[in-house]
Structures are given as C-alpha cells and as structure tokens.
Design a binder for this molecule. Sequence first.
Ligand SMILES: Cc1ncc(COP(=O)(O)O)c(C=O)c1O
Length: 387
Amino acid sequence: MNLSRRLDKIPPYLFVEINRKIAEKKAKGEDIISFAIGDPDGETPSHIIERLCKEAHVPANHHYPETFGLPELCKAIAGWYKKRFNVDLDPAKEVLPLIGSKEGIGHMSFCLLDQGDIALVTDPGYPVYSISCLLAGGEVHYLPLNEESGFLPDLDAIPSDVLKKAKVLWISYPNNPTGAVADLHFFKKVVAFAQKSNIAVCHDAPYTEVAFDGYKPHSFLEVPGAKDVGVEFHSLSKTYNMTGWRIGMAVGNQKMVDALFRFKSNIDSGIPQAIQIAAIEALTGNQDEIAPRNNMYQARRDKIVNALKELGLKVTTPMAGFYIWAKVPQGFTSVSYVAELLDKAGVAVTPGTGYGKSGEGYVRLSITQSDDRLDEGIRRLLKLKKG
Ligand SMILES: Cc1ncc(COP(=O)(O)O)c(C=O)c1O
C-alpha cells in the first residue's frame, strides 16, 4: 500500500510526540507534571452539563444534525458577539458553528488556497495554520514574531513577490504560544493591509475570555471593514472548559463563511445536536464562573512567572491566554531545556521550536495544571536551582 505524498509533508503533530515521551516516562513509574498542554483542568459549568444530559434524552437529537448548525445556536453566537464585542453578525450568513475551531481552521486552508498559493503564517504559531496550508497544496511564508515588536508581525516587511502569491494571512491574539495581545491599532493595520493586497484574514481568537488584571482582549471584527476581509475563529473550549465537547465557530466575512460551509458539508455531518444546545446554554446562560476562574489562572500565572524568574529565565507576564513564553537559560536550546526539565525535575514543558523556527530559545508553559500539581511542579523547578 502506498500512502499519499501529501502526508510526507507533515511532521508528527507536536503534542503527539510530547505525549509519547511523557507516556514512556510514566510507564517506567516516573511521576511527570505536565505544563505542556493548554487544556483547562476545571470542569464544564454544571448548568451546561445538565442541559446536555437533558437534551441527550430528546429523540430529535439522536439524528444527523444540520451541517450549518441550529439557527438558535447561530443566533446565540451572534448575540454573544454583540454583547461581548459590540460586533453585529447576521446569524444566517456570517456565523458557522464548527466541531471545535481546529476543524474549521484546518478546512479553511482548502477553501482559500490552490496549488502554489502562499499563506502568510506567524512564526511561532499554532501549527494547524501552516500544516493545513501544506496539506491543501499551498506554500507557507513565515512572518517572524519577536519580543522587540511585541510578537506582532511586521506586515511591511513582506516581499512584494510573496504578496502577489499570498491568499491568506493567519494571526491569533491573545497569542499561542507567546502570550502576546494585540490592540485595535494593530487590527486596523491588518484590515488596511488585507484591503490593499487583496488577502483574506483569518484571526484565531480562542483565548479572548481568559484574561487577567482587568484586561479585555479585542475581537478583530471590532475594526470597521474587518468583515469585508476576514473571519474570526472562536471556541467554547477555553471559555467554558469545553475542550472535550468539540464546539467552536467561524464568524465574519460571508463569502468565507459560505465557502467553509460548502467544504465542510461534503466532509462532516455537523455537531451533535445535544452539544449545540448545550453550547446555546453556555453562551446565553450564567457567565458567573468566568471571572473567578480567571482569578485562579492569574494566581497560577504569577506563581509560574515568579518561579521562572527565580530560575533565571527571562519572562514577560502575559495579560491573557494560557501560556507563559520563557527564554531558556544560556547554553540551552529549546529542546535541550525541555529535556533538562523532564529528566531532572520530572516537569514537562513544550519547546518553542514546536511552533516554528523563531521559537528557538524559548519554552512554553501552560497554566492549566491543578493548583496542587502546579505547586509541586514549581517546587521541583526551584529544587533544580538549588542543584
Ligand atoms: C491558538 C489556538 N487555536 C485553536 C485551538 C483549537 O481549539 P478548539 O478546541 O476550539 O479546536 C487551540 C487549542 O489549543 C489554540 O491554541
């Protein structure tokens, strides 16, 4: 049997590799504390679970759902965007529920790119933007992100021959992995750039509801003209501790939303209807758990940042998201420092290079480990310092 050449283009998915290494250690009886993956440790709020249980008993929810999503869910998503960001969306044309935002991100590349077209992708970045581009037959032009420019890409530095072939720009703020945030000034620049260069924008924004110190992240769609050039991907995963349920959305430009629907409707059969109704409950119901949950994350962020500083790592305290992006000590690479922490402290973190070449010299730590385990992880890290 011969597999498609397409598959040769993709490296193993980053977390599969890391999980394999952790599993090997665990199989040997070692206790590994993982700061590697951004999956909330908390439970989905109980009113959402109760709604799902109730809806699971309703026979109408046992059948194939509509791929487009329940009209009531599209309305709930539009209502949430209006309330949270003051962004107007037509629920029938500018909202598409997804089986988690990763699904839509992966499929969007197939809607925008033909063979040889270029996707502009930030480096470091969430790997799905570039890998889906390669799978779709496109080529990636990486936009390096660095500390000096606040981990925002320099759009003026893109060569004109690249711009001619570029069809899409991927950005994501609050950012995974760097923890950087973007203001409306940056988003305005992006809209002007996209209009001038006739490039579609995909803004991936699953972390807007995980924010600290009173900071409120923006939606890209708040900027006038954004809907003319792009879509925003969002998710219930991080906002409502619903990573396991697989529900997210693409909202904004009607042509892009419609293209994604046309693509998806030939491949998947939609989101289980009971989960869609639970998502309506999440978006329209009580939001009281979000603020205390963010306070808890903030306290964890502070503990990790302080510990890393004590270890001699250079860190910027993130204002939003799940991640702390830390510079490894002199003499280490990203990968060798990950190995050092895993072998000497039994602590797993992710190498910056897993998110692109410009991630060299950094590691990423997530704040989604329970308080007990986080404290133990920090204790182990600090012990490393004492030798
Ligand atoms: C930047 C970014 N985008 C998208 C996703 C996917 O989220 P979802 O659970 O909605 O598929 C993740 C998950 O970690 C992420 O970090």
